[in-house]
Structures are given as structure tokens and as C-alpha cells.
Design a protein around this ligand. Structure first.
Ligand SMILES: *Cc1c(COP(=O)(O)O)cnc(C)c1O
Length: 417
């Protein structure tokens, strides 16, 4: 019989969202009349449609594909120049950041990139890898699948994977560790805590990485939610980051592309790793090779759609789209505060991270909200042990639903636990 990748059997992961679904199903079985009242503020998926600029770009690109003269077959493996140039200009050069189009690698999204990047890092256990707690589970699970961890430890963590606690005390930015790590995953604005990092804090992480010749994998899926000019939207705003960081971008949350699928990574030419014999090599040619051998960027139609986000009209529409979610987040955050709850995030992020009152556990709060007010949230403990005692409320919703959630929360007694 054929041998399997046994690392997949270590995954404890498929627990959070199936468990939410199980509890909701059980509740609906017993309370049929409540089913239509349920409001979902759990999963981090966008709710608003694509903007007109994107739709019209996609329509034109489809029409091009219908004619021999304008048809497109295989494109460049790391993305068409028109998109890579628009990205370099719109996301970096315009803000005084030095990133060139050939350092941009267009993909079908950050989930893909999180797994793919491990292809070009050591396949054994040479690298010490650290993730935050709580964490976006994709970083953890992709390392488990690649065999970079030991067994699951029952609290969501894995043997051999470094953990950087993010708590209210450190404002959800991990303190610089004493230990030496080779690969560090950071994500700001953060999912799930909604926390943000300052220039100074990011600078400290870049210094750490330079000192230990480590690589920071910096996820900025939510950078479009940063409206404060004083906060970093890219790690490359920090000097020295080109020597120690790759950046992961996604159009999923900024352009509503969760179903379209497009994102990109930045791999600066200065970024290097080493061989076991100690020879230094740049990552850029390895990353290029990885894409040309194993994939071919993303469809022409989708790349035209992404390009449209950078047009003046696209920018304006996207700004309005993000403003809608930010206003939702603001309403949820203030709603929680006005009823005496301690709420974090929701300012540069679509997520509000709420401390459960009276020592309630995450799942107890989940059950109360489901049974008393029919609102589904995500239990913080599902993102890691440090998430215990918190819930995440997502602002990806219609205004009507958000206003309903805020109204209903006032009636929450938390008596059903
Ligand atoms: C939603 C999200 C992404 C985007 O992933 P895609 O595969 O591009 O849809 C990346 N990182 C985080 C932390 C996210 O929450």
C-alpha cells in the first residue's frame, strides 16, 4: 500500500469551524423557530459584492479571451507586468518605499503563499519557527503538513513550534524573545485580535531578525484597514527590512476578492538564506523557480481585475468598501464598550476582540450569544491558548445585521451558562 504524508495526521486543526457548525446545528435542531434570526459574525469572509471598476475590468478581459487576436494563454509565471507594475507603484513607490515590479510575485492568495514559501526553506527541522498565540491557523497547519513540528499538544500548539504570546498586557504585539528563531510569522493589522503594531515595535522586530539572520514572514492581508498615517502598512517602511522580510499581500479583504482569488508576495533581492554548509544564497531566484515550475500565477481575467483596484476609480470604490466595514467595526466596538465589555481592535481592522466578562470562557460566551441572542461569533481559544477568555466579532457584514447585533447584545444576560 502507498505511504502517506503522516504529518497530516498530526493536524488537530479542523476543530474550530466544524465545532462552531456542530453547536449551531444542535441549537437549530432544538429551536427551529430561531433559525431565521441567526446572524453570523464568525467567519472572516467579506459580504459586499465586487466594485464596478473590478467588474467592468473582468468583463473586458473575458471579451479579450473570446477573440484570437486578444486571447491569452500561459502568462508570465509570477504575474503580468501590467499588474506587477501597478502594485509596485501603488503600494510602494508612491509611499516612498523601494520595491520593484520584479520583486512582486502574483498568486491566487495568501493561503497558497503560506504553504508555498515552505518549499524554498529547509525541508528538515533546521529552522526554528515561531508563530504568535493567538494565530491565523494557516501558518501553523502549513508547517505541520511540511513536517516542521512534532505532535499536537492539545491546546492548539505543536511540539517544536515556538510560541509568541499576544495578550492585553503587550497590546497583542509579542515581546522580542530571548531565544533565537530563524523564521517568524507576524500579521498586522492582526487576525484575530484586531491589534496593530507601531513603527517602533516593528523596528525592534526587524533589528531582532537582522541580528539573528532570521526571516520575518509579514502578513498584511488587512493593510487597507489602516487609516492612520502614523502606523506602518508595510514592513518595508522600516529600514533594513529588505534584508530580513518577505511580505504577504492579499486582495481578499482589501478588494473583496475572497472568491476571486488573488494576492502577492514581495521577495526583495537582498533577502538571503544559507545552506547547511554555510553558503549564503538569495531567496529571489529560488522563489522565481518555485513559481515557474509548480504554478503559473493566476488567470489573466483575475489579474486585470486586480489591476483595476489600482485605477483612480478602483481606489475610490475600494476606499468606500473598506470604510463600510470599518464603520461596522466601530459600531460593534462601541456597542461592546457601552455595555461595559472590554473590547480591543476594530480600529484598523475588521475584527473586534472582546474579553469575556466574569471569567467566562470563550466557548461559554459563544453558547450564551447563540442561545440568548442568536449571534454567532468565533471563540478566541480556537486561535490559540492565549485566546481563551476572548471572542472575535467580525465586521464583515451588512450594516443592518451589525446594528441588529449591537441592539441584541444589550439584552445579553450571559445567564445561560
Ligand atoms: C483572510 C486572510 C488572508 C487572505 O488569504 P487569501 O488566501 O489571500 O484569501 C491572509 N492572512 C490572514 C491573516 C487572513 O485573515
Amino acid at each position: 500500500m502507498t505511504y502517506l504524508n503522516e504529518h497530516y495526521l498530526k493536524l488537530s486543526g479542523a476543530y474550530l469551524f466544524p465545532e462552531i457548525a456542530r453547536r449551531v446545528d444542535a441549537y437549530v435542531q432544538d429551536n427551529r423557530q430561531m433559525e431565521s434570526r441567526i446572524i453570523r459574525c464568525g467567519i472572516g469572509d467579506v459580504t459586499e459584492p465586487l466594485t464596478p471598476a473590478v467588474i467592468s475590468a473582468m468583463h473586458s478581459a473575458v471579451d479579450e479571451m473570446a477573440k484570437a487576436e486578444t486571447f491569452h494563454g500561459y502568462g508570465p509565471p509570477t504575474g503580468y507586468p501590467f499588474l506587477r507594475e501597478a502594485i509596485a507603484e501603488g503600494d510602494f513607490v508612491k509611499h516612498g518605499i523601494n520595491v520593484s515590479p520584479d520583486e512582486i510575485f502574483v498568486s491566487d492568495g495568501s493561503k497558497t503563499d503560506c504553504g508555498a514559501i515552505l518549499d524554498i526553506l529547509a525541508q528538515g527541522n533546521e529552522n526554528r519557527i515561531a508563530v504568535t498565540d493567538p494565530v491565523y491557523p494557516v501558518y501553523v497547519d502549513s508547517n505541520v503538513m511540511a513536517g516542521h513540528t512534532g505532535a499536537a499538544q492539545g491546546d492548539g500548539s505543536y511540539e517544536g513550534l515556538g510560541s509568541l504570546p499576544c495578550t492585553a498586557e503587550n497590546q497583542f504585539v509579542p515581546k522580542i524573545p530571548e531565544e533565537k528563531y530563524d523564521v517568524i510569522y507576524l500579521c498586522y493589522p492582526n487576525n484575530p485580535t484586531g491589534g496593530m503594531i507601531t513603527h517602533q515595535q516593528l523596528h525592534a522586530w526587524v533589528e531582532y531578525a537582522l541580528k539573528h539572520e532570521a526571516i520575518i514572514l509579514y502578513d498584511v492581508a488587512y493593510e487597507a484597514f489602516v487609516r492612520d498615517e502614523n502606523l506602518p502598512r508595510s514592513i518595508y517602511e522600516v529600514e533594513g527590512a529588505r534584508q530580513c522580510a518577505m511580505e504577504f499581500h492579499s486582495f481578499s479583504k482589501s478588494g473583496g476578492f475572497t472568491g476571486v482569488r488573488c494576492g502577492y508576495t514581495v521577495c526583495p533581492k537582498e533577502l538571503s538564506g544559507k545552506t547547511t554548509s554555510g553558503e549564503k544564497h538569495p531567496l529571489h531566484p529560488l522563489w522565481s523557480r518555485r513559481w515557474s515550475t509548480k504554478a503559473n500565477s493566476v488567470s489573466y481575467v483575475v489579474q486585470r481585475a486586480a489591476e483595476a483596484l489600482y485605477s483612480p476609480r478602483g481606489r475610490k470604490e475600494t476606499y468606500a468598501l473598506i470604510s463600510h466595514y470599518l464603520e461596522n467595526a466601530h459600531l460593534l466596538r462601541e456597542g461592546c464598550k457601552s455595555m461595559g465589555l472590554t473590547a480591543y481592535g476594530g480600529e484598523h481592522s475588521p475584527y473586534v476582540w472582546v474579553a469575556c466578562p466574569d471569567g467566562l470562557k470563550s466557548w461559554e460566551m459563544f453558547d450564551s450569544m447563540l442561545r440568548e441572542i442568536q449571534v454567532i461569533i468565533t471563540p478566541g481559544v480556537g486561535f490559540g491558548a492565549c485566546g481563551e477568555g476572548y471572542i472575535r466579532i467580525s465586521a464583515f457584514n451588512t450594516r443592518e445585521n451589525v446594528l441588529n447585533v449591537v441592539e441584541r447584545m444589550k439584552k445579553l444576560t450571559l445567564a445561560s451558562v
